[in-house]
Design a protein around this ligand. Structure first.
Ligand code: HEM
Length: 228
């Protein structure tokens, strides 16, 4: 067990955990985005509701949820520890200590973007997960015995429109976080190669643009469809 404690508390070990949990969360984002695209299916929400019901009840998803919560918790806790450690050991006021010249804006602001995503996540879970589990006034989806999540998504994005704005702001920061996070996760894991690194960088950039835009299209299109 000693090696495990040592790994978990060493700076390199912590960075490896950050990378692994980050990649796991990235894979969650892909699954979540793909499922949410069912919102665009013109079937009155039937497919989306069936998917949301499956996500909230299937045993395999419940088990994955525990890993997801642990993944988020570890990622956030270690990010906080690493930031504290870096602040304590950072050389002060030397001419060579020019963060703006030595690192990208995205990498220097990972903590800010991460904190905004965390705030978004708490609000988001309250909007959907919490309401689905504990709010009894959500109507049942037509012809089913499960709650109408499609209806709830529309209520949140239209009636409580300020959430739509908040979601859009959060997606900008999600993009910033992913630009650096994606590439950095591979680097920390030692996946660095003349041939593959440029490909990973491009893939990371594409991911950081496509995923937040994909999520952002949901409040935007629901809003536009309703009002125009
Ligand atoms: C506008 C875009 C989004 C919509 C419409 C949306 C919708 C939903 C809905 C309906 C649920 C509850 C049912 C389910 O598990 O599928 C949910 C859960 C969740 N969402 Fe989102 N989501 C969006 C964006 C995001 C983003 C960007 C993140 C992460 C940064 C995220 C993280 C989560 C998490 C962690 C859960 C709980 C998962 C679980 O219980 O298994 N969502 N979302």
């Amino acid at each position: 067990m000693n090696w495990l404690t040592k790994t978990l508390t060493s700076s390199l070990g912590q960075k490896i955990i950050m990378s692994l949990t980050g990649l796991f969360l990235i894979s969650f984002l892909m699954v979540h985005l793909t499922g949410n695209l069912l919102l665009f299916k013109e079937d009155g929400g039937a497919a989306f509701n069936a998917y949301a019901h499956f996500m909230s009840t299937a045993l395999i998803i419940r088990a994955t949820e525990i890993i997801l919560v642990l993944g988020f918790a570890l990622h956030i806790y270690i990010a906080w520890q690493l930031t504290r450690h870096n602040q304590q050991t950072r050389p002060q006021n030397y001419a060579y200590n020019r963060p703006d010249a030595n690192s990208s804006w995205f990498s220097r602001n990972m903590g800010v973007a991460g904190s905004i995503i965390l705030i978004f996540l708490v609000i988001h879970l309250y909007n959907f997960w919490f309401q689905y589990k504990f709010h009894t006034e959500i109507p049942l989806a037509a012809g089913t015995n499960y709650k109408d999540m499609y209806w709830l998504v529309h209520v949140v994005f239209i009636q409580e429109w300020w959430f739509s704005i908040l979601y859009l702001i959060a997606m900008v920061f999600l993009g910033f976080h992913l630009v650096h996070g994606f590439e950095s996760a591979f680097q920390t894991l030692g996946i660095r190669h003349k041939k593959y690194t440029p490909f990973i960088q491009k893939l990371g950039l594409l991911f950081a643009i496509v995923v937040p835009i994909g999520f952002a299209t949901m409040p935007i299109s629901i809003f536009i469809n309703h009002f125009f």
